[in-house]
Design a protein around this ligand. Sequence first.
Ligand code: GDP
Length: 212
Amino acid sequence: MKDSAHDPLVIRGLEFIGPMATPTGWRPEAKWPEVAFAGRSNVGKSSLLNSLVRRKRFARVSNTPGRTREVNFFLVNDQFVLVDLPGYGYARISKERRAEWKPLIEGYLRTSSALRGIVQLLDVRHDPTADDRQMIGFLASIGVPTLFALTKIDKLTANQRKARLTTLTDELAVSEDQVIPFSAVTGEGRDELAAAVVSLIEQPAWRSAATL
Ligand code: GDP
């Protein structure tokens, strides 16, 4: 067991508060700060969220039939809202269905007065896909504070790891402090991610409701 005295994010309460199914559909009131998590299907988002909140099957809620294409909101510690965006870019569906994520994800991000920042997941072993590039381009266009969690880092050797971190930070044109190497298997990066989430929610909203 980890010493919870050093845990930047001790989870005392975790509650599913509902889904957003359409760009103009229900969403939580803006009274809690929101931090959103995005990535393509299979990038390791469920595993990362389970590790972040230290619950084995937390993210299962978002993976139940009907929920996978919704934005799912969870209230954490009565303190902030964790926003699980639908995984995009599933390779084995048609091009039209693959584009379905855009209106909902972009609609949510465009109209979020409570959003403090976003954690964009990328599999450290692969270059960003076309869908990832669209997503990252969109995040840059709205200017939301963005962190990159590079998942499955345990699958690389020390040398590969160094090379991939250099390649990805160059490719994304970000500084190293925006990038968190992460492994749900070893737990590497969990506390760093938790601390980063806490500092995001402590910041003022990056845009005011008036500019929406
Ligand atoms: P999601 O579709 O983005 O929610 O991805 P999942 O969390 O369901 O993970 C997809 C696959 O990658 C599963 O087989 C996981 O066991 C595996 N996986 C996820 N995270 C890690 C990781 O950090 N290390 C390793 N080795 N495998 C991982």
